[in-house]
Design a protein around this ligand. Sequence first.
Ligand SMILES: C[S@@+](CC[C@H](N)C(=O)[O-])C[C@H]1O[C@@H](n2cnc3c(N)ncnc32)[C@H](O)[C@@H]1O
Ligand SMILES: CC(C)=CCC/C(C)=C/COP(=O)(O)OP(=O)(O)O
Ligand SMILES: [Mg+2]
Length: 291
Amino acid sequence: MTSTEIGTAAAFVPSPATAYQGDIARYWNNEARPVNLRLGDVDGLYHHHYGIGAIDTASLGTPEDSEYEKKLITELHRLESAQAEVLLDHLGPIGADDTLMDAGCGRGGSMVMAHQRFGCKVEGVTLSSTQAEFGNRRVQELGIADHVRSRVCNMLDTPFANGQMSGSWNNESSMYVDLHDLFAEHSRVLKVGGRYVTITGCWNPRYGQPSKWVSQINAHFECNIHSRREYLRAMADNRLVPQAVIDLTPDTLPYWELRATSSLVTGIEEAFIESYKDGSFQYVLIAADRV
Ligand SMILES: C[S@@+](CC[C@H](N)C(=O)[O-])C[C@H]1O[C@@H](n2cnc3c(N)ncnc32)[C@H](O)[C@@H]1O
Ligand SMILES: CC(C)=CCC/C(C)=C/COP(=O)(O)OP(=O)(O)O
Ligand SMILES: [Mg+2]
C-alpha cells in the first residue's frame, strides 16, 4: 500500500502476520450468515455486532401477522444500529477535519454512521478482503468513498501516522488480538487528547475463570475473549485513561431474547443469554482518553 489518501484504490493485500490471522481472514471471507445480510439489507448499514435497547413491541405486532418476521428483522437491525450510535456518542466532539480509525471494521456499517454524523474521514481495517471490498463498494454507492475507506490490514500494525487519529474504536473486534499490542497501536495513532472507545464482550473476573458459555462463544467465532480486568490493565499500560466504563449487559439481553425467537438463529444465542444471566460474561463499553 503506497497511498494513505482516502479515495484511492487499495488493491494490495498483505499476507497475514500469523497463521491465526490467516484463519480469521478466511473465516470472515467466507461469512454470509442471513442474520447479518438480511439485517443489513434493511437500510444498507451492514453490522457484525449485537444490539442494545428496549424492544419496541408496538412496532413488532404479533407472530400471527404475515409481516411479523420482516418487522422482527427490522427491529433487530434497529437495536444493532442503536449500539453503534452509543459507541459514537462516546467519541466526544469530532469535526469534519478529523480522521477516525475503525479497528476491525467488518462490512463498514459503523464507519458510514460515523461519517454521516460527524462529516469526518474514517479509515477502517479488517483482515478480510471480502469485507474490505464490500465496505468500499457500499461507500461508493453512497458517494462517500472520498471520506470512508476500508483496507486489508492488521489492526496491530497499521499504516497510519503517529497522532493522525482524533478518535478510534473497536466494535466487537478486540477478542481477536493481544490487548497490550492492540492498545499500543491505538495509543500510537491517536493524538494526545484523542478518544478511544470499545464495545466488547468480556469475562467477569468475579466469576473466577471463563465459563463453559464463554468457551463456547470462543469456539463458535475462533476468538479469545479477554477479561474485564485485562482491558483496564492493558489500557493503563498504554496511556489510555478510562473516562467511562458502562455495563451494557442488561441493555443487550432483550436483543438476544428477541433474536432467539427468530428464524435467523445461528445456535449461539443460548450461550450469550446464559452467560449474561449467570454473570460470567459482560457486555461493556469502555471510553478512554489518550494522555
Ligand atoms: C465481529 S467483526 C466486527 C466488525 C465491525 N466492528 C462491526 O461492528 O460491524 C470482527 C472484525 O474484526 C476483524 N479483525 C480481527 N482481527 C483483526 C486484526 N488483527 N486486524 C484487523 N482486523 C481484525 C475481522 O476481520 C472482522 O472484520
Ligand atoms: C460480544 C462478542 C464476544 C463478540 C464476538 C465477536 C463477534 C463474532 C461478533 C458478532 O459478529 P456477527 O454479527 O458476525 O455474529 P452473528 O452472526 O452471531 O450475528
Ligand atoms: Mg450479527
